[in-house]
Design a protein around this ligand. Sequence first.
Ligand code: PXP
Length: 240
Amino acid sequence: MLLGVNIDHVATVREARKSFEPDLITAAVLSQLGGADSITVHLRQDRRHIQEQDIIILKTALSVPLNVEISSAGTMLEFVCNIRPDKVCLVPESPSEVTTEGGLNLKSRKVFLQTAKAVKKLRANDIEASLFIEPETEMVDLALKAGADAVEINTKDYSESESLSDIDRAYDSLLKIASYASKKRLIVNMGHGLTYDNVSPIARIENVTELNIGHSIVAKAVFYGIEKAVKMMRKEIDQA
Ligand code: PXP
């Protein structure tokens, strides 16, 4: 299973002082050396961590695919279509959230139409279009209808559940949705809240192409360095 490393929080530390360090490109290159199969960054409307300039440089500096998360509102869609990263994952975004809170609500006609329009534009620019969704069959059907190449399934319920029965229930829905979405020929990725301690069962799910993991790896990197932190996550996934 592939590992996508989200390096947003390297930029969070940099932006805390509006400084030039820690250097994001060094973090990306060291993540690649540690075994990252792709690098993810989230260009948020408030630019709280990743900036346009980061994406422009990452696009030329990386030898692995670049995945950019954006909301389809605002100017970000136009920007990514000019820069042309390998993949774009459309996510919902609210200004007050600490991190992405849930998948796209494709059941809303307004959200569906805006998403389908964005997917069309991304695909016309040769960018793989992915939609961040909750593990529900109806959402998979709507993602397909919107023309997406891929879905990223939100693992938040699994990663944030506290009782064993809730974890089992959340895991079961991830198993079912991975099978359902792959039968529909969608690329299936997963992410949100995955850590060194909870990733193994997720890494055993068949039909999942890539896991996107950010906070836990950057947190580990504070103590071990980012190359080693990525290697440690790679090992958890490979030995699952
Ligand atoms: N996938 C999506 C769509 C996200 O928005 C995020 C958080 O930026 C992640 C994966 C990674 O989540 P985490 O930082 O909890 O590993």
